[in-house]
Structures are given as structure tokens and as C-alpha cells.
Design a protein around this ligand. Structure first.
Ligand code: RTP
Ligand code: MG
Length: 139
């Protein structure tokens, strides 16, 4: 099942800017089915663990501060080829380099505050989904 799923977060910037509805509409229109979803806020410890792969990067402190400053929407999405297709839907990390029509092109602020997260592999999709949801929260 995990190969047909990915994990996403609508990040604090997009929530603050009122883009939850528009982003969910793009996700649904692209054929993704929401199988789990919650409105929540990451603690500093949560963000440090979730992004631990980046802990040596110069932007790590800024990333943790950003991701914890307000609520997010976390969701597990299902679709054939979910991980790759969702990365295509959100666009490049830096919105200035993101393709026209992608979620980051439309809604991101800059390379740091880039509106959405998308898992980068099937393995990470499964890890990240379980980080946020128990089995009873996935339908
Ligand atoms: P994500 O994991 O959130 O889907 O983003 P991504 O794969 O496109 O990018 P990644 O390299 O995994 O970076 C994770 C997040 O860290 C922030 N970032 N800031 N200031 C900077 O240069 C910088 N670079 C990355 C972004 O929020 C990025 O999405
Ligand atoms: Mg990433």
C-alpha cells in the first residue's frame, strides 16, 4: 500500500496566507485521495525529528523555527505513483524555479517558506505518515 501513498504538510506560511482551501482543491483535482488529514502544530522536538536529515544544514534552525510557528495541515494522500506525481504537482523547492501552475509557484513565498511538503521516496512517505498518524486515523 505504501507505494501508492505520499505524505504532505501545508506549511505555516500557506496556512497564515489563507491557502488551505485552494491547495486542497489542487490536490483533489490532480487525482489524489485524502486517506488521513489533521490540523495540528509541530513542537520544536517534532520538527527537529521530522527534518533530522537536514540537521547539519545551515538552514536547519530557521527551518525548525518556521515549521513550528503556527498550525499546519498534515495529510496522507493516495494515488498511483503518488510520491513522484505529488513532487511534480508541488514543483521545485525554490518557487522562483518552480514550473507554472505548481502549488509552490502559486502559493509559496520563497525557498524557505515554500507552502507545502511532499515526501521524496516511498520509504520516507511511510515513515512520515506514521510520524503523524496512527493506524486508526488512516481510512
Ligand atoms: P520538503 O522536504 O519540505 O518537501 O522540501 P524539499 O524536499 O523540496 O526540500 P528539502 O531539500 O528537503 O528541504 C526541506 C525544507 O527546508 C527548507 N529549506 N530552506 N533557506 C534555504 O536555503 C532552505 N533550503 C531548504 C524549505 O522549507 C524546504 O522545503
Ligand atoms: Mg525534502
Amino acid at each position: 500500500m505504501t507505494t501508492n501513498r505520499t505524505f504532505t504538510m501545508i506549511k505555516p506560511d500557506a496556512v497564515e496566507n489563507g491557502h488551505i482551501g485552494a491547495i486542497l482543491e489542487k490536490i483533489s483535482s490532480a487525482g489524489f485521495k485524502i486517506v488521513a488529514m489533521k490540523y495540528t502544530q509541530l513542537s520544536i522536538r517534532d520538527a527537529q525529528e521530522f527534518y533530522s536529515i537536514h540537521k547539519e544544514r545551515p538552514f536547519f534552525g530557521e527551518l525548525v523555527e518556521f515549521m513550528t510557528r503556527g498550525p499546519i495541515v498534515a495529510a496522507i494522500l493516495e494515488k498511483d505513483n503518488a510520491v513522484e506525481d505529488f513532487r511534480a504537482l508541488i514543483g521545485a523547492t525554490n518557487p522562483a524555479e518552480a514550473a507554472e501552475g505548481t502549488i509552490r509557484k502559486l502559493f509559496a513565498t520563497d525557498i524557505a517558506e515554500n507552502a507545502v511538503h511532499g515526501s521524496d521516496s516511498d520509504e520516507n512517505a511511510a515513515i512520515e505518515g506514521s510520524f503523524h498518524f496512527s493506524g486508526r486515523e488512516i481510512y
